[in-house]
Design a protein around this ligand. Sequence first.
Ligand SMILES: Nc1ncnc2c1ncn2[C@@H]1O[C@H](COP(=O)(O)OP(=O)(O)OP(=O)(O)O)[C@@H](O)[C@H]1O
Ligand code: SF4
Ligand SMILES: [Mg+2]
Length: 339
Amino acid sequence: MTDPQRDDAPILQVRNLGVYYETSRGDVRAVDDIDFDLYPGETLGLVGESGSGKSTAAMGILQLVNPPGRIVAGKVLLDGQDILKASEETVRKLRWTKLALVPQGAMNSLNPTMRVWQQISDVIKAHQGRADTRPRVLELLTMVGLPARAYDLYPHELSGGMKQRVCIAMAIALNPAIIIADESTSALDVVVQRVVAQTLLKVKAALGVSMIMIGHDMGLMAQMVDRVAVMYAGKIVEIAPVREIFASPKHPYSQMLIEAVPSLKERKPLKITEGITHDPRNPPPGCIFQLRCPFAMDVCRSVAPTMRETSANHTAACHLYPEVPDRSAIHAAHVAGNP
Ligand SMILES: Nc1ncnc2c1ncn2[C@@H]1O[C@H](COP(=O)(O)OP(=O)(O)OP(=O)(O)O)[C@@H](O)[C@H]1O
Ligand code: SF4
Ligand SMILES: [Mg+2]
């Protein structure tokens, strides 16, 4: 793990992104006005319980949201260009060459009737039209730690961990600058999880890519990411460097998440007895965490807390911490004027 290169400009800036799902009883605000930056070479963990909107955020960034979902607001700036405004064709190209996704449940999306080499080769050919992809496919298999014999195998002949590594090979086939890995390890047993996680880190180091790692296992995050963004009910409620957030989590929800990890050396799935308690179609006024928060105050029931800096590079959306008006004004101006 390294600290992000804060002197560099962010490679990806997500601003005020909103993604809603239309239902017969109103819109589910799956992603509600989120902001974050990703720096070159950085791994950012996006963590939160089931239903908090992590996958929807990834799909929003990649413009892969399908009806009944829709992007309702925001900007996704890749090297300063808003890709939400780009043509479908441009985005389709960017999706593999700049921004690649290892989707949630990726290993189940492999085509059971196609051999490993065909599936990886198809990605390369669709974008580069190379006639002989064999050397590149073999190179990719080596990069993700698969033996050359995997080349000719069908998905059903592979273990879960091997299938997941095929998906990682597909994601990096066109040398993307950013990889979004959505719960790449959660369907696997603990030993295989570690191997897949290490594969992602190895690939990241070899290619120098930036990565958004989505998951709910805070213990695993602790070992893999540089910074953590905590999501709750469609909102990012805290962002901080990983060591800082484990040493001093500021948002009461982050505190609950971290208390649920027994030890940084021992990884286990998140264990919080209750999940999101409000109706996602009708969030309460004020703070979205108020129904579960042990520290809720009057102000929390009427005023939604904005993100505020609690220390350098550490922000949290909670009324327990003072808002510094000048800083929020600077941030608002930055968001509005420097997209
Ligand atoms: N097609 C859909 N129609 C309506 N609501 C949806 C749809 N897909 C997702 N949602 C809702 O959007 C919210 C966010 O879902 P999302 O899958 O992004 O969460 P997640 O954090 O990725 O969860 P998990 O950890 O289980 O993968 C949830 O309330 C979910 O019920
Ligand atoms: S704003 Fe209030 S309710 Fe929300 S997390 Fe902070 S103290 Fe709890
Ligand atoms: Mg998900």
